[in-house]
Design a binder for this molecule. Structure first.
Ligand code: IMP
Length: 200
């Protein structure tokens, strides 16, 4: 049993909350999500994954009075100068005139369109995890998984850009892979290893 028994997952992204919950189950931690607590979603105003993770976790820790864990992550494509990077979620945002919401199929098309004339399709996912305490203390950890962008998208599992990401050494995209296999090697899993080692 860990010292931290209850934690707020500072995210409104269901896919991320689900993965973080799964990753914490073995440590007997009770997870609450920011949406379940009706916490406001702060605007991500920083220019780095780390900065945005710290901003989200601190806001949730202050609002809930509980240790809070945030994840700021995204897809970094080398020949697109690191795009979509910290804007990975924003690339999927639909215009308000079309009802708003997120459309990752559109975002994946956009990535592939920009890559059409490029030879280099290498990319990586990055995850910055921040554990923030109501006292103001913060602990931040980074994880990364290297791979390439494939087309067309493959698989219905996972979320976000998973169907176009093939990790190094794999034949299945993150969208085709059994979730337990993704959890064993993903950017989130690697950042988690560091978090667990230090706090759980
Ligand atoms: P944010 O961290 O809430 O700004 O959003 C990060 C965005 O990056 C997500 O909405 C996804 O589009 C993308 N992303 C992050 N991690 C993953 C992953 O494991 N698989 C697929 N897409 C991801």
């Amino acid at each position: 049993m860990s010292i931290i028994s209850k934690i707020v997952v500072a995210s409104h992204n269901e896919g991320k909350v689900r993965e973080i919950r799964d990753l914490l189950i073995p440590y007997g931690v009770n997870t609450l999500s920011a949406a379940e607590l009706s916490l406001a979603e702060p605007e991500e105003t920083e220019l780095t994954f780390t900065g945005n993770a710290e901003l989200k976790a601190s806001a949730a820790a202050i609002a809930s009075g509980l240790p809070s864990l945030s994840d700021d992550s995204g897809l970094v494509v080398d020949s697109l100068n690191g795009d979509p990077g910290i804007y990975s979620a924003r690339w999927a945002e639909k215009p308000k005139s079309e009802g708003g919401g997120r459309d990752f199929s559109m975002a994946m098309w956009h990535v592939n369109d920009l890559l059409k004339l490029k030879e280099n399709r290498s990319a990586h996912f990055v995850c910055a995890l921040c554990l923030a305490m109501p006292s103001g203390k913060k602990f931040t950890y980074l994880g990364k998984v290297e791979g390439e962008i494939v087309w067309p998208p493959r698989g219905e599992r996972g979320f976000g850009y998973d169907p176009i990401f093939l990790a190094e050494g794999d034949v299945k995209t993150f969208g085709e892979m059994d979730p337990s296999k993704k959890h064993a090697k993903s950017h989130r899993a690697r950042a988690f290893e560091k978090l667990i080692l230090n706090h759980f």
